[in-house]
Ligand binder design. Structure first.
Ligand code: NI
Length: 225
């Protein structure tokens, strides 16, 4: 009788051990690699040249890149995560079709949107499915801004977009596969706003308010150390 109680206790504690191994733990380092799509929910004020409103705004297309993600667990429930990626490259189009006779596409811009997020895991020790919510800050660096050759030939030059600093929020989940491997999916929103400056045949132009505010979707494979 005593022996069977003892073995029941051992079985129960072994069960608890294997349950707790399903959840993340303080000190874990989680590295994820996969695909990240930036899908702008964009709008803009009109393009102005020399103070004249051209009556046309901008729109910004989606782009998918290699997403990299590093997270460190401060506690069993809380991690700090850095989102990195290979540079995103977005088409910037006119808001109406071909207003200048130079095509629908105005330019191409690259950006890097490093984001630091603090995430809270609900941390159900009995489940391989580990959802979390997080909030953080983003700094988006725009570079390599280039008008299309048709717009370049039309006299547009020196395109520059201001960098953006803003908040972000996300929901996501890790699903434990086996050993230290996870698949992860996350959806995040980032507040990215910028303004553009350029020249048209020597006259200064600008777009004062460009709202990009993208939804950012990631699917990654993770490994915890
Ligand atoms: Ni915004």
């Amino acid at each position: 009788m005593k022996k069977s109680i003892l073995s029941a206790c051992i079985c129960a504690s072994l069960g608890l051990l294997s349950f707790s191994a399903l959840a993340h733990q303080a000190g874990d380092i989680l590295v994820r690699v996969g695909l990240t799509t930036v899908a702008p929910d964009d709008s803009s004020s009109n393009i102005e040249v020399g103070g004249a409103d051209l009556g046309v705004g901008l729109s910004v297309d989606n782009n998918t890149q290699l997403g990299l993600n590093f997270a460190y667990f401060l506690t069993d429930n809380i991690n700090v995560e850095v989102l990195a990626a290979t540079p995103f490259s977005h088409d910037v189009n006119f808001s109406v079709s071909d207003p200048l006779g130079t095509g629908d596409k105005l330019a191409e811009v690259k950006h890097l949107p490093p984001t630091v997020t603090v995430n809270y895991y609900f941390n159900d020790a009995s489940s391989a499915f580990q959802p979390y919510i997080g909030a953080g800050i983003n700094y988006t660096i725009f570079f390599d801004e280039q008008f299309t050759s048709a717009n370049d030939n039309a006299g547009l030059a020196d395109l520059s977009l201001d960098n953006s600093f803003g908040l972000s929020a996300q929901v996501g989940a890790d699903y434990k596969l086996e050993d230290n491997w996870y698949v992860n999916a996350s959806v995040r929103w980032i507040d990215i706003d910028t303004e553009a400056s350029f020249n048209l045949n020597g006259t200064a132009g600008k777009v004062n308010d460009i709202t990009i505010d993208p939804w950012v979707y990631s699917i990654t494979l993770g490994y915890t150390f």
